[in-house]
Design a protein around this ligand. Structure first.
Ligand SMILES: Nc1ncnc2c1ncn2[C@@H]1O[C@H](COP(=O)(O)OP(=O)(O)OP(=O)(O)O)[C@@H](O)[C@H]1O
Ligand SMILES: [Mg+2]
Length: 578
């Protein structure tokens, strides 16, 4: 699927999407409708046996109608068989597709949006909400639609046999529905109460179990036990009433259905005596009545599932319709990229309020230049990097890469030519090798080793139990902050980028390793645009130019020697570190 086509999905509603995908269920529907059609004549056949064959003592007629019934039963069996096989394949395809689309959409969301959403909520859209919608759609498709069709056909058949039968059915359905809804409400409420009580109980137990050292270390076992006891009792009470309600619903419904059938028989009996109806019609109705009532049962059960599904639907729709898609879908390519970055009077703030993280910032970073951003914590250094990479759009001004505005650039290609070591280094699950290779999936083992060596990481990796094949995060192999940084540096160096961005890349290293990594970086910085952010000023001595930031403003710039001579912000920073 083409990326831009996907962004256009905003205009298409999720409902429309699911509906169009549900057409893939055509094959299922085809077989299912056929199976419904197969059982519909049963009512007429039994009526004919009673009304035609039996009174005329025609045994072959009985066999004839029974034979047709058996043939139809076989047809029903076969068509259902085909329907079920088609269903499982096709529904899974739909939801695999939906999950794929959600993930794809996430890759296009603005960081402005992602910053404000809890990761847990996004995860739950991906895994939980899709399953909920799945269950709802399947119930509609497999349950509601065929059952309603069956009932409608059955009522038409009854009308054909004798119109009085329809009247009786139409009296019975509302009575049944009222009783059903009356008793179903409390069950629904109770189900919810049980769920809440269970969540409270397991949540608290989880907390006490994971903090068991704290509880026992303070000798507070009895307090914990008491608190758990209260929650456990509450849960048990809910379960008891749930069981009672479920049991009662069973016998109440049996009573109601039987009573309605008795009423129907009596009413029909009266009509038979009055010669307004045949015996066969009475027999047909007795068989058909429970089937006509079944959709009511289904609808009440479905209502709960529907509420869950609708909630999930809203949750996914919110994401799909979100307009917070990256503005960047320009098409201009830079081939080859030189790496000149020009910021023109850029202002930017994270929130919608007036507070700015970067204000009227202008500078041009030449291709191949090594620039360092320094300044106190919170002065906007990392924000500048995010802006350069196009993670956020400036509120004012613009950023040009090789003279092309970011908004016209194929930004993904630009990012593919950059390498970044972030302040909070992220390792993915997988081996050390996988993590470094993430920067360049095609790299050979030798290239990976070399990058690791430049990043001063080779030694410690080789000491790990399985060397490069050691998995990150597995028992016992959690890396220290400095080790993570070195992996991240190796990943960036392996990429051989046009633009290298190092945000506090060596802050967690000891003096010795920092020096050797710094040498490697200085060597690699030659010939490519490099942006270094560092608190420890000693690491940026070799930069061509130093830009000093304060409160989002550029306060001074120049080479180390120039700045060190002037009075000002840089000198203050220097003095503070001595
Ligand atoms: N994702 C975010 N959402 C909202 N505000 C943010 C976000 N990231 C940074 N800020 C704010 O923007 C301002 C600049 O932050 P930035 O991270 O750019 O500072 P920095 O110079 O990199 O600091 P440090 O040296 O501590 O890393 C700060 O006031 C910070 O609180
Ligand atoms: Mg920062």
């Amino acid at each position: 699927m083409h990326e831009h086509e996907f962004i256009g999905l905003q205009s298409k509603t999720l409902k429309g999407y699911i509906w169009s995908e549900a057409c893939h269920l055509r094959q299922y529907m085809f077989w299912r409708v056929l199976s419904v059609l197969a059982v519909t004549p049963f009512t007429i056949l039994s009526q004919r046996i009673v009304d035609d064959a039996i009174p005329s003592r025609d045994l072959s007629g009985v066999w004839y109608f029974t034979g047709i019934s058996f043939a139809l039963l076989l047809l029903h069996y076969l068509t259902m068989n085909r329907a079920v096989a088609a269903l499982s394949d096709q529904t899974q395809e739909i939801f695999r597709n939906l999950r794929g689309r959600i993930f794809h959409k996430l890759n296009f969301m603005q960081f402005r949006f992602l910053d404000t959403v809890q990761t847990g909520r996004l995860l739950s859209k991906y895994a939980f909400d899709t399953s909920n919608i799945e269950a709802t759609v399947i119930q509609i498709v497999t349950g509601i639609i065929p059952e309603l069709l069956r009932t409608v056909l059955l009522i038409l058949t009854l009308a054909y046999i004798n119109i009085w039968l329809v009247l009786i059915v139409f009296i019975c359905i509302p009575i049944f529905a009222i009783v059903r809804i009356y008793y179903y409400r409390p069950i629904e409420d109770n189900n919810q109460a049980v769920r809440v009580a269970r969540e409270k109980m397991t949540g608290q137990a989880n907390e006490f179990i994971s903090a068991i050292k704290l509880v026992r270390g303070f000798g507070q076992e009895s307090v914990a036990k008491e608190q758990m006891g209260v929650l456990s009792d509450a849960y048990s009470d809910m379960r008891v009433s749930q069981m009672n309600l479920n049991q009662s619903l069973g016998y109440i419904m049996f009573t109601v259905v039987t009573a309605l059938s008795l009423f129907a028989v009596a009413f029909c009996g009266w009509l038979v005596i009055d010669e307004k109806m045949t015996m066969g019609a009475l027999v047909a109705l007795v068989g058909a009545l429970p089937i006509c009532l079944y959709p009511v049962t289904m609808m009440t059960q479905f209502s709960l599932q529907y509420l869950l599904g609708a909630e999930s639907y809203r949750s996914i729709k919110e994401l799909m319709d979100s307009r917070y898609v990256e503005e960047w879908n320009g098409t201009q390519h830079l081939q080859p990229m030189r790496g000149e970055i020009q910021l023109k009077d850029v202002s930017f703030g994270y929130g919608d309020e007036d507070e700015l993280a970067i204000e009227n910032f202008s500078t041009t970073i030449q291709a191949g230049e090594h620039v360092a951003f320094v300044g106190p914590s919170g002065s906007g250094k990392s924000t500048l990097v995010s802006l350069i990479l196009g993670f956020y759009a400036p509120r004012k001004g613009e950023i040009l890469i090789d003279g092309v505005a970011q908004s016209q650039l194929a930004i993904k290609e630009f990012r593919q030519d950059c390498a970044i070591v972030m302040q909070d280094n992220l390792l993915l699950s997988g081996t050390m090798m996988d993590n470094i290779r993430f920067g360049k999936p095609t790299a050979t083992v030798e290239e990976v080793r070399q990058a690791a060596q430049h990043a001063n990481a080779l030694e410690f990796i080789e000491e790990l139990p399985a060397g490069f094949e050691t998995k990150v995060g597995e028992r016992g192999v959690s890396l220290s902050g400095g080790q993570r940084q070195r992996i991240a540096i190796a990943r960036a160096l392996l990429r051989n980028p046009k633009v290298l961005i190092l945000d506090e890349a060596t802050s967690a290293l000891d003096y010795e390793s920092e020096k050797s990594v710094q040498e490697a970086i200085d060597y690699l910085a030659k010939g490519r645009t490099t942006i270094t952010i560092a608190h420890r000023l000693s690491t940026i001595r070799s930069a061509d130019r130093i830009i000093v930031l304060k409160g989002g403003h550029l306060v001074s710039e120049g080479s180390w020697n120039e700045l060190a001579e002037q009075e000002g912000a840089f000198k203050d920073l220097l003095n503070a570190q001595h």
